[in-house]
Every structure is written in structure tokens, then in C-alpha cells.
Design a binder for this molecule. Structure first.
Ligand SMILES: NC(=O)c1ccc[n+]([C@@H]2O[C@H](COP(=O)([O-])OP(=O)(O)OC[C@H]3O[C@@H](n4cnc5c(N)ncnc54)[C@H](OP(=O)(O)O)[C@@H]3O)[C@@H](O)[C@H]2O)c1
Length: 433
């Protein structure tokens, strides 16, 4: 057996922003990190602006104005897409690379969540791997864990904290007692949140990620259109305080639950019991809780973003392709015949719920609320009332026993119709323990 390292693998790198620069730095520091000792070299680069000052010296690298030309260039062994965006140049270049039979590594969750099935078909038809470890949880190898480590198990559910910006904002709201808008403005000033924060605080970034995890966990095609998405904009300081009094912390939880015919994929704020591991992932951390049929409960946590962690995940995929260990379908089953995961009846979904109302202090009001709940067949689990304030208004918090989404909606309608209730009750689901 020869002890010589195999021929170098050459990557065409499109995107030289946070992650692209992180990857160039990783390759500069350790070009031979691949397990068989081969060098990973950069054959060409592409980005929007050639003249933009960059951390890394790219003067010796071949420049491509057009990422599609880079993707299909003869010297590109592996195309690495780090531009972002579900459509436009990222999609065009990834498609072109796959059509040319070139392996693709991407960190682009929007692209994979929204066009995963078409791309998987293209990849498999052309015998080209398509890998995206960095697209979910940055440096935490969640995709590998589900795709490889748990392939012998049946995963029943995956739930996690998949957006660091939201987790940071909620953690800060809790620690400082400030409102959402105030903390968001600070986070934008400090660079923890984008100038346009909608993708993050609206829950869409987390939705892209959980849609991808659901596809891998349950062996289906990603179905972004079927995900139910609610962000953290309506989470108030009052709800955070009241939840804490009841022994919970409010987190933006992305969850995918296997159902008889498909899966329910949801992103929404949830009350997480303080003794649940997901409650302990603070700041900008990402965390994932998996329930496997045989493996039981698994928990992983780590840096979900940032140049170093994300580049390390990209580098792991590049090494897998270069060394030749990738032989599996993109989403656990051959793309031909893969079905988009569809949710069952949302109305029938059972969960415990936190219900917060503000009422005028009047005799009989508690009895009226209890009656309204009973009429909808929703049972109370716990109850919290604060002393009457100067305004004569009292916040009341109930947690319910497990009830169907339909029954909770009926209960909210009945309660809203009561004279003493001043605003529509706020409901937040409680994550199963
Ligand atoms: N940042 C993270 O921590 C992180 C974590 C996980 C996954 N990701 C994913 O990784 C990808 C890259 O993220 P990033 O944070 O590195 O983004 P970024 O800092 O905004 O960098 C984007 C890069 O792509 C180039 N680019 C953008 N639009 C282009 C276009 N139309 N044509 C050619 N080049 C274009 C930009 O060129 P210029 O430099 O010339 O402007 C820039 O170099 C995204 O899919 C993102 O979702 C990021």
C-alpha cells in the first residue's frame, strides 16, 4: 500500500462573506485536514464584488464573475455554495454544478428547504452528492447525527432552538425585563441581529432548518410550504415573567413530529419547563432534542452560527465528498418516489397550553372563565392570579391539561366573549416534558 496522500481535491468557492471567509481561513490553517491527508485547494472563487476589501488574500485565486461558470469549470472538483438565498445565483449555480455531475456542498438552508426535492432528484440523476451539514445548527453536526447515527432507529420527534438571534433576544428579555422591540434594537446595534430581522424573528430561518431536519429524520421531501410558522414578535415581558412564576421559560421552538401519514412541522414560541434541557440553552446557542424509538432521548447543543463553527461543518462535508464516503440518497430515501411530508389534522393536535387573560376585577369572573373552558371541554391544570392593580385590571394565567388545538380555539372564543375580559387571551403552547 502506498503511503502517499491522494491527489488534492479542488473546490470552487462561491460566496466570500462570513462563512466563505471562515472556510478560507480554515483551509489556510489546515489544508490537509481531510482524513486521508489529501490537500483541499481552492481552484476559483466568486462573489458579488471583486473589488470589495476582504479578510483573506484572494489575489492568487482565479476570480469568476459568474458563479455558474465557476460551478461548471473543469478545474472545480467540488462546488461550494456560500452565497445564500433560496433562488437567484445560488440556485442557478447549484443546479448547474449538479447537472455537470459535480458534488455540491452548501450552507444554504433556504435553498435546501424550499427546493430540496428538485435538487435531490438532480443530484441523484447525475450521481453527484449534495451535502448541507452547515445549513442547520452551524457547527453542530445535527444532519450527520440524524442521517447516519440514527439511521437504525425510528425518530419520533425532533425539537430544538434553531435560531440564535431569537434565543439571544428572548434570553435578554428575561434577564433584563425589557420588551421585545427594545432588545431587538440593541441586538441590531451589537450585530447579533440583521438590519432586516424578519427572517430570524419571524421564525422563517428556524422553519427552513426544521423542515430540513424533518425530511432527514422521517425520510421524506422537505415541505416548507406546509410548515406552521410564528415568530417571537408578540412575546411580551409580562408573558416571560408569568411563565417564570409557573416554572417555565419561553423559547422559540422548532418542532417536527412524526404522524401516521407524514409529519407536523411547526415553529412557535413555547413554554419550556425549567427542568427540560432546552430551557438551559441560553444566549445565542442552538440546541436539539431528539426522541428515538430505541435510542430514547438525545440532546445536542452548540454554536449555531459564526464563521468558525459554520466553516468547520462545510469542511466536514467537503472531506466526506473528497474522501468518497458519500453514497447515500440526499434525504434518506431515493429522490424518485420521495413524498413531501404533509401534516395531519392540525385541529386534532394535542398539547398543554398557557392561557393569559386580563380581566376587570368583578365577582364571578373566575367562575365565568372556568365555565367557558368547560364548555370547550378544556380542563385546567394550574392557575395563577396577581393582586388587583391600580387600574382595576388583573392578569390571570391558566395552564390547561392536554387539549386539542380545536378545543383551545373554542375556549378562547368563549372567553373573549365574556364582558369582564378586556383583550383576546394570549395562548402559548407548552412543550411536552
Ligand atoms: N453566517 C452564519 O453564521 C451562517 C450559519 C449557517 C449557515 N449560513 C448560510 O451560509 C450562507 C452564507 O452566509 P454568510 O453569513 O456567509 O453570508 P454573507 O456574509 O452575506 O456573504 C454572502 C457572500 O455571497 C456573495 N453573494 C451574495 N449575493 C451574491 C450574488 N447575487 N452573486 C454572487 N455572489 C453573491 C457575497 O458577495 P460580496 O462579498 O461581494 O458581497 C458574499 O461574499 C447562507 O446561505 C447562510 O444562510 C450562515
Amino acid at each position: 500500500m502506498s503511503s502517499e496522500a491522494p491527489r488534492a481535491s479542488r473546490i470552487g468557492l462561491a460566496g466570500l462573506g462570513t462563512v466563505g471567509a471562515g472556510l478560507l481561513e480554515l483551509l489556510r490553517a489546515a489544508p490537509d485536514y481531510a482524513p486521508d491527508g489529501r490537500r483541499i485547494e481552492v481552484s476559483g472563487v466568486s462573489a458579488r464584488s471583486r473589488s470589495r476589501p476582504r479578510q483573506a488574500d484572494i489575489s492568487m485565486l482565479r476570480w469568476f464573475d459568474d458563479p455558474v461558470a465557476l460551478a461548471t469549470a473543469p478545474e472545480t472538483d467540488i462546488f461550494v455554495e456560500l452565497m445564500g438565498g433560496s433562488d437567484g445565483p445560488a440556485k442557478a449555480a447549484v443546479e448547474a454544478a449538479l447537472c455537470a455531475g459535480k458534488p455540491v456542498v452548501t450552507a444554504n438552508k433556504a435553498l435546501v428547504a424550499e427546493h430540496g426535492l428538485e435538487l435531490a432528484r438532480l443530484a441523484e440523476a447525475n450521481g453527484a452528492p449534495l451535502l448541507f451539514e452547515a445549513a442547520v445548527m452551524g457547527g453542530v453536526p445535527a444532519v450527520k447525527l440524524l442521517r447516519e447515527g440514527l439511521v437504525g432507529d425510528g425518530v419520533d420527534s425532533v425539537s430544538g432552538i434553531l435560531n440564535g438571534t431569537c434565543n439571544y433576544i428572548l434570553s435578554e428579555m428575561e434577564a433584563s425585563g425589557r420588551e421585545f422591540a427594545d432588545v431587538l434594537a440593541d441586538a441590531q446595534r451589537l450585530g447579533y441581529a440583521e438590519a432586516d430581522p424578519v427572517m430570524d424573528v419571524g421564525g422563517f430561518d428556524a422553519a427552513h432548518k426544521i423542515v430540513i431536519l424533518a425530511a432527514i429524520a422521517f425520510g421524506g421531501a422537505p415541505n416548507f410550504a406546509a410548515a406552521e410558522v410564528e415568530g417571537i414578535e408578540a412575546v411580551s415581558r409580562l408573558d416571560i415573567q408569568l411563565a417564570a412564576e409557573l416554572g417555565y421559560r419561553i423559547k422559540l421552538i422548532a418542532s417536527a413530529v412524526r404522524e401516521a401519514q407524514g409529519a407536523r412541522v411547526q415553529v412557535a414560541p413555547a413554554l419550556v419547563s425549567l427542568d427540560h434541557p432546552l430551557a438551559r440553552a441560553g444566549g445565542a446557542l442552538n440546541a436539539l432534542f431528539i426522541e428515538g424509538r430505541r435510542t430514547g432521548r438525545l440532546y445536542i447543543q452548540g454554536a449555531g452560527a459564526g464563521a468558525g463553527p459554520t466553516a468547520a461543518a462545510v469542511a466536514a462535508d467537503i472531506a466526506d465528498v473528497a474522501v468518497g464516503t458519500v453514497r447515500r440518497p440526499v434525504f434518506q430515501r431515493p429522490a424518485e418516489g420521495l413524498v413531501r411530508l404533509m401534516p395531519g389534522d392540525a385541529e386534532a393536535t394535542m398539547s398543554k397550553v398557557y392561557l393569559r387573560l386580563v380581566v376587570r376585577d368583578r365577582p364571578g369572573v373566575i367562575a365565568n372563565v372556568s365555565e367557558a373552558l368547560a364548555k370547550a371541554s378544556v380542563s385546567i391544570d394550574s392557575f395563577l392570579q396577581h393582586p388587583v392593580g391600580l387600574t382595576g385590571l388583573v392578569p390571570i394565567v391558566l395552564t390547561t391539561q392536554a387539549a386539542s388545538a380545536g378545543a383551545v380555539r373554542d375556549a378562547v372564543e368563549h372567553i373573549s366573549a365574556l364582558d369582564a375580559v378586556t383583550e383576546r387571551p394570549r395562548t402559548i403552547r407548552i412543550l411536552r416534558g
